[in-house]
Design a protein around this ligand. Structure first.
Ligand code: SAM
Length: 286
């Protein structure tokens, strides 16, 4: 296949073209690496539109695959740095993205590369159709590492998107909800059918848009203790808040902190708002 044909083929993420590229390079989508390639142009354009790219902005793309999303990002004017684990894909991207000078590929595992070094101090947006087998560790790394990220637009499992955007009280509300609420303003921007991927995953997907807050949503004395308290509260879901906290903190500390915070220890962790978790943390810290 000559270069011109491949560039044209890569431009639009549709099934015929994705299959053509895989066939040309004698590749199969790897289930182990969570490879479900986007084959719906409207969805792909929607992801990039949600990222609101301005000319010259830096974007970290996680798992560029064969480059469908990367190409739309590059056409929108982004300077893209992409981290891809599959060692067979640099050869493909070399061709599908030939002609773009604003694309840098780093071969490696997103959970192992040094993101602090890669990003330096410049603001970055993160855009990705994530490999679903490691959605949560990737998202928590992006949030917790104090990176210069302003916006994160990711395709994830719908079920995880619902947990991230849940309100207190239901079974979806948990530690990941609180992490996103603490660091970001997050909304689901589109629900995506399995038919939009090749091969089709077993689950429905969703795109979430997370604007990273300049300051955390609540002010706490000790951020690490805040997340320790949250994890403790959700660690034993069937237990009352008081008993769940006592499996991690001293029981006198728990009793006194609950009383000072005016929170009934018989409640369950999933009923506490982020503000209540913040007050509780500060009273545990005392
Ligand atoms: N962006 C492409 C698209 O939208 O068609 C591919 C998305 S596919 C769902 C996920 C991509 O992440 C695959 O290319 C896969 O090889 C890559 N990947 C899997 N595990 C990874 C890891 N630990 N670090 C970096 N990339 C990874």
């Amino acid at each position: 296949m000559n270069e011109e044909t491949l560039i044209n083929i890569a431009r639009i993420p549709v099934i015929r073209q994705t299959k053509g590229i895989l066939k040309h390079f004698k590749l199969r989508a790897s289930h182990r690496l969570g490879q479900n390639f986007l084959i719906d142009e409207t969805v792909a354009n929607g992801i990039v539109a949600a990222a609101e790219i301005k000319e010259g902005e830096r974007v970290l793309e996680i798992g560029p695959g064969i480059g469908s999303l990367s190409e739309i990002l590059l056409n929108a004017g982004a300077k893209v740095t992409a981290v891809e684990l599959d060692k067979k894909l640099p050869e493909v991207l070399n061709e599908t993205l030939a002609g773009y000078d604003n694309f840098t590929l780093i071969s490696g595992d997103i959970l192992k590369v040094d993101l602090v070094e890669i990003m330096g101090n410049e603001p970055y947006k993160v855009v990705a159709n994530l490999p679903y087998y490691i959605t949560t560790p990737i998202l928590l790394t992006l949030l917790e590492k104090k990176l210069p990220i302003t916006k994160i637009v990711t395709m994830i499992q719908k079920e995880v998107a619902e947990r991230i955007t849940a309100n207190p009280g239901g079974k979806d509300y948990g530690a990941i909800t609180l992490a996103f609420k603490y660091f970001t303003d997050t909304k689901i921007s589109q629900i995506v059918s399995p038919k939009c991927f090749y091969p089709a995953p077993e689950v429905t997907s969703a795109v979430i848009v997370s604007d990273v807050l300049p300051n955390p949503f609540v002010k706490v004395k000790d951020e690490e203790l805040f997340f320790k308290t949250v994890r403790a509260a959700f660690g034993k879901r069937r237990k009352t808040l008081s008993n769940a906290l006592k499996s991690v903190f001293d029981k006198e500390v728990v009793a006194s902190a609950l009383e000072k915070s005016n929170i009934d220890g018989a409640r369950r962790g999933e009923t506490l708002s982020i503000e209540e978790f913040a007050i509780l943390t500060d009273n545990i810290a005392k």
